[in-house]
Design a protein around this ligand. Structure first.
Ligand SMILES: Cc1cc2nc3c(=O)[nH]c(=O)nc-3n(C[C@H](O)[C@H](O)[C@H](O)COP(=O)(O)O)c2cc1C
Length: 184
């Protein structure tokens, strides 16, 4: 099973990118997680949606080639970071040509605060409703005080969080298989 993961942060030392790296490490053997860096995706301009910039075209192709999507979102001002929303907007356009349509997906997020991206994750879920994506509901992976769980090398060292990410991926795998099962 092929999963495309991306994080809503451009920061080199991003805690959310660290969650993605941990996901690659703890993924079940039959799951291959590739990541895509949102660096280089310009601000959305509808004038160019039918002939999007190269990096956007690449992003859409990678989404389409994946069986499922894994999003690691930070929380900015109680919501989804502009970097992530902007990339989602590009990949969802033009109308009728969204790369996300019908994709199974899982969400996780890390924050330096106590609320652990809960508000951003629920805003992201709201976007995913319109995108016609099928999101795993449980387990929720909301990582508070990320600075205490990710070391100076950018490795997630908190074992309970690593285990929870593993459980999320198992759930994503089961969900993706269930959605792709042929109906009689
Ligand atoms: C513009 C901005 C707004 C932020 N707003 C929130 C917020 O609403 N809630 C929160 O928990 N953390 C907030 N933070 C702190 C982020 O959790 C923290 O910067 C985190 O490390 C960002 O994720 P990253 O490490 O993947 O880049 C904010 C940070 C920035 C730069």
């Amino acid at each position: 099973m092929k999963v495309l993961g991306f994080a809503g942060s451009l920061r080199k030392a991003s805690f959310n990118k660290a969650l993605l790296r941990a996901a690659v490490e703890v993924a079940p053997a039959s799951m291959d997680i590739e990541t895509f860096d949102l660096e280089g995706i310009p601000l959305f301009n509808q004038d160019h949606e039918t002939q999007p910039p190269e990096r956007v075209g690449e992003f859409k192709a990678r989404i389409r080639a994946a069986d499922a999507i894994l999003i690691a979102t930070p929380e900015n001002n109680y919501s989804v970071p502009g970097v992530l929303k902007n990339a989602i907007d590009w990949a969802s356009r033009p109308y009728g040509d969204s790369a996300f349509d019908g994709k199974p997906a899982a969400i996780m997020g890390a924050s330096i605060g106590m609320i652990a991206t809960a508000r951003a994750q629920y805003h992201l879920r709201q976007c995913c409703v319109f995108l016609n994506m099928y999101l795993v509901n449980q387990p929720e992976v909301m990582v508070p005080f990320a600075q205490d769980k990710i070391d100076e090398n950018g490795r997630l060292v908190d074992e309970p969080t690593r285990k929870r990410i593993g459980e999320l991926l198992m759930s994503l795998m089961a969900w993706t298989k269930r959605l792709s099962a042929k109906t009689p």
